[in-house]
Write a protein that binds this ligand. Sequence first.
Ligand code: MG
Length: 260
Amino acid sequence: MCATCGCGVDEVRVDGETGEYLHVHEDGTVHAHGHEHEHGHSHDEPHTHTIDLETAVLAKNDELAAANRLWMAERGIAAVNLMSSPGAGKTSLLERTIKENGATRSISVVEGDQETHYDAERIRAAGARAVQINTGSGCHLDATMVRRGLDTLEPADGDLVVLENVGNLVCPALFDLGETKKVVIVSITEGDDKPLKYPHMFAAADLVVVNKTDLLPYVDFDVDKCEKDARSLNSRLEWLPMSVRTGEGLDGWYGWLGEL
Ligand code: MG
């Protein structure tokens, strides 16, 4: 279960009408309680159970991510954590990059999706090695999954490893995987309000790719506003408009990869 986001089998939902927290248990039973309740404690006592668990989960993940980072650094391997909403173009960007030899080094890919092997098959068809991680009810890759992926892929010294995260602008921002850089793709069909709605993701990014620019004539998307909002959260981020479909902006992407 993802303790941070509550996306596992012991699900947490918020009742839209009352604002009460609803716990959905594995057996399907649901009960409501205020936020200040912990099992085995008085309802009057404020609880820190959820926050403690979240801190512990993230601390453990950070430890494993540091081990991944060291393992890759010792081998001269660069890793990109590629994140976006579903359908923004993560896999399409990788397919084109692999086919055009856009990176100056060999690429292998850890694919994260809740279910199916579709994306790993696409990456292999494009000509690179890939391993698929299915996260089931989980909504992000974590450092343990990446460790498993690296053990399976066995990237050569100096390779580029791309960690294509589960399509989601929320939880992947919280989980360090040991990557060298974090890249966020926002596609113009999603709307230009994403940086302010999902600030953690944009605050954590090293590079924001704005994909599907070929559709700008047909969509109300203010690229300048989106960039201004993203930079208000993160002054160090790099910004790269692109169309994976037409190839516009890909030179900038290949140049960025070349400097990793
Ligand atoms: Mg994908």
